[in-house]
Design a protein around this ligand. Sequence first.
Ligand SMILES: Cc1cc2nc3c(=O)[nH]c(=O)nc-3n(C[C@H](O)[C@H](O)[C@H](O)COP(=O)(O)O)c2cc1C
Length: 181
Amino acid sequence: MPDPVHILAISGSLRPASTNSATANTLVSLGPAGVQVEVFDGMGALPHLNPDDDAHPLPPTVAHLRSRLAWADAIVICTPEYAGGVPGSLKNLLDWAVGGGELYEKPVAWINISASSGAAKDAHESLRIVLRYAGTVLVEEACVSVPVARDAVGADGLVADGETRRVISAALAALVAAVRR
Ligand SMILES: Cc1cc2nc3c(=O)[nH]c(=O)nc-3n(C[C@H](O)[C@H](O)[C@H](O)COP(=O)(O)O)c2cc1C
């Protein structure tokens, strides 16, 4: 049996009822056999990046981030756009990730769940630049836009709509295929 593929999902929103976090959690429920999806749970606990603190011993929350990134064979990011860019908390996470090198040559994709077509485009364009600096491999065929409105999230906190789940599942499959290639 081949080794399981590990996927780390990161939500760029700290809202408890976030549609992006709901999408990340939905990925966990859609992981097929041989694929383990985990949602990173520590973005809000990370300190603001101070490069002088990127030294041993690392802040425990940063060590946790880097261990989960190292565990992952690929990353999927679900993020809202704030003021025309990537939310500061997600940018801070990515800045910490750059110093550790765990993202280098790692396949990465995003799922843009903005409700209106073309929304959050600037965030994803800036994310593309950040991910390039981090040395990731952007898996274009796994990057999808699929609207997830707030009322599309069920009482269980997961995306309920079947067609939306199908698109999310296909994105996950494309990312897993890129890892296995
Ligand atoms: C401070 C702030 C700035 C925002 N700026 C933008 C923006 O520039 N472009 C956009 O499309 N949406 C913007 N939004 C809307 C959010 O991206 C939108 O509400 C998103 O669905 C929230 O995702 P979540 O449910 O995962 O928290 C902004 C929201 C906030 C709170």
